[in-house]
Design a protein around this ligand. Sequence first.
Ligand code: NAP
Ligand code: GDD
Length: 339
Amino acid sequence: MPKTALITGITGQDGSYLAELLLAKGYTVHGLIRRASAFNTQRIDHLYQDPHEAGTRLFLHYGDLADGSRISTLLKRIQPAEVYHLAAQSHVRVSFDEPEFTGSTTGLGTTRLLEAIRSLGLPCRFYQASSSEMFGTAPPPQSESTAFQPRSPYAAAKLYAYWMTRNYREAYGIFAVNGILFNHESPRRGETFVTRKIARAAARIARGEQQLLHLGNLEARRDWGYAPEYVEAMWLMLQQDAPDDYVVATGTSYSVHDFLVLCFEHAGLDWQDHVRFDERYLRPCEVPDLVGDAAKAERRLGWRPQVLTPQLARIMVDAELAAAAPERPGSDAVVGVAP
Ligand code: NAP
Ligand code: GDD
């Protein structure tokens, strides 16, 4: 029997890959999107299906995490079997500038969804996009049993959402899981996250379109994996017999400096000729070293990463170099929105 899923954050990096995965598995996919003054659906334009034609399996609905009644109305109408809650103000540096907004969307947004599911008595499974950022200064490797030490308004908001997910599981028996995902990247990564910023700059500098790249802390270490593989883990978590929480990571560690060298060398450049320090990209508090222990995900879900950071850097730089073509395929497609 084909399933119906709701994805919040379908226009984001992960949402777009997850929508692809679920459509390929035969799901009917509903996505929550924010109303904006310009189209914000570039990452899913290639999945467009004319809503006037029979057999359409992708539907988009306007909605915002701030609007609990809209979320409830949509859940009641869609009756999803699975809810993947990916929407959030997801930028750590921005969360220091907008702590209240981040708390309201990234934190309380999860409560609005869970409370709607509870009050409607909806028999659905719920995925919460938890984050390795919640580990903060806890020494690596970090696993499901590591004590959290959040270091940003974003991490604090995600930690609140993490505990609300566990609370609704324990208090009301909802099949609610936390995927504690370490950093995962791709050519669809937002341009202001460090990997995409570096890969994009390397390609632009190689083409002579840019001379300098300004960055902040190069010493921080991250466990960078490949986003399409991580959305597979999200799906696997909701197919288990019982709800639980899982770390998803590669188990390897590279510094921002390492990633810089990998990308610039792949583009045939010496990074030292082009990179400058800019203190505006520093954070009031930094998370120094994230390396995940995903043994539980491998044991229980059979999930294992294939693409490690060096290959990821090559994939991202190659995509940026290929994007030099004057027109990106699908750029003029417009996705229909269900009212
Ligand atoms: P992303 O590219 O920043 O996408 C975020 C999505 O949330 C976008 O679709 C965005 O819509 C939507 N959104 C933001 N605020 C909203 C609001 N108030 N109402 C409705 N929608 C809203 O993030 P991502 O990298 O795909 O990550 C997906 C989730 O996993 C996020 O919750 C993130 O915090 C979490 N996470 C990510 C990573 C990672 O390394 N990527 C690791 C751990 C956890 P617009 O397109 O309109 O902006
Ligand atoms: N964004 C950015 N821009 N980061 C920089 C820069 C810069 O110019 N220069 C250095 N960095 C450093 C940051 O200080 C941080 O230590 C590291 O690069 C990674 O920064 P981001 O790419 O912004 O990612 P993040 O680790 O802070 O957060 C991402 O991963 C989390 C999972 O651990 C986001 O995707 C979060 O949503 C996610 O939860």
